[in-house]
Design a binder for this molecule. Structure first.
Ligand code: PXP
Length: 250
């Protein structure tokens, strides 16, 4: 593998390959095949979200990813007992705790850590003890970052959805305000010793200002890449994202 030490990492989220598969109840397209191709295209990790309702990734997908992947798996999950048991069985490289509501189309907001500090501290302790890097998906909000730090998370992933939505809707003042907030909060989280990741809704048009934030070490990107793969193919779609990320960093 190329020497990639120190570069901004790209985690490719393959959930929506499984969404397409499940739309027909078929065996294809296979998210594990997508994960293997993502590595070829320059991904540094694979992200998969096992939802409570199994709407895309299945338990079997997680088993197969653990067997087949040479890249680290970032296992996204809600803070439930069932998911904790599954994570402890597989011991993925990283576990990203996300909020989950059945009726939502995607992970709409960040986790409310500050209000659930005690429960979450107990919840993540066995995951940490099992050797998983625990990441908490939160809004770029000082209170949430401080709480994530207090409960002993290694990583915070900052939610970029608001920034991306504002851009897509042409609300440029709001987009710039969101970007300023992400910029400040990435620096704040880093100052506490947290590793900073970011993701949600990123596209070719929105990735570079986030990739340019010096404290951000990893971006997790899925929906746009899987959509773009329809037109360019998965490997070129990911390779272009990789190119834009690297360009923003130099
Ligand atoms: N990071 C987290 C924590 C997520 O929940 C998601 C969506 O599953 C992503 C990143 C990727 O978002 P998108 O699919 O919009 O690129």
């Amino acid at each position: 593998m190329a020497d990639t030490a120190g570069r901004l990492r790209l985690g490719v989220n393959i959930d929506h390959v499984a969404t397409v598969r499940n739309a027909r109840g078929s065996a294809y397209p296979d998210p594990v095949r997508a994960a293997i191709l993502a590595e070829e295209a320059g991904a540094d990790g694979i992200t998969a979200h096992l939802r409570e309702d199994r709407r895309h990734i299945s338990d079997r997908d997680i088993e197969r990813l653990m067997e087949a992947l040479t890249l680290p798996l970032n296992f996204e999950m809600a803070a439930t007992d069932e998911m904790q048991r599954i994570a402890l069985r597989h011991r993925p490289h990283a576990v990203c705790i996300v909020p989950e509501r059945r009726e939502e189309r995607t992970t709409e907001g960040g986790l409310e850590v500050a209000r659930e500090e005690n429960r979450l501290a107990h919840f993540i302790a066995p995951l940490r003890d099992a050797g998983c890097r625990v990441s908490i998906f939160i809004a770029a909000d000082r209170r949430q970052i401080e709480a994530a730090h207090r409960i002993g998370a290694a990583v915070v992933e900052l939610h970029t959805g608001g920034y991306c939505d504002a851009h897509a809707e042409g609300h440029m003042a709001e987009r710039d305000a969101e970007l300023a907030r992400l910029t400040d909060m990435a620096a704040f989280a880093h100052s506490l010793g947290l590793e900073v990741h970011a993701g949600h809704g990123l596209t070719y048009d929105t990735v570079q200002p986030i990739a340019a934030l010096p404290q951000v070490m990893e971006l997790n990107i899925g929906h746009f890449l899987i959509g773009e793969a329809i037109f360019r193919g998965l490997v070129p779609a990911i390779a272009e994202m990789r190119r834009l990320m690297d360009g923003a960093r130099t």
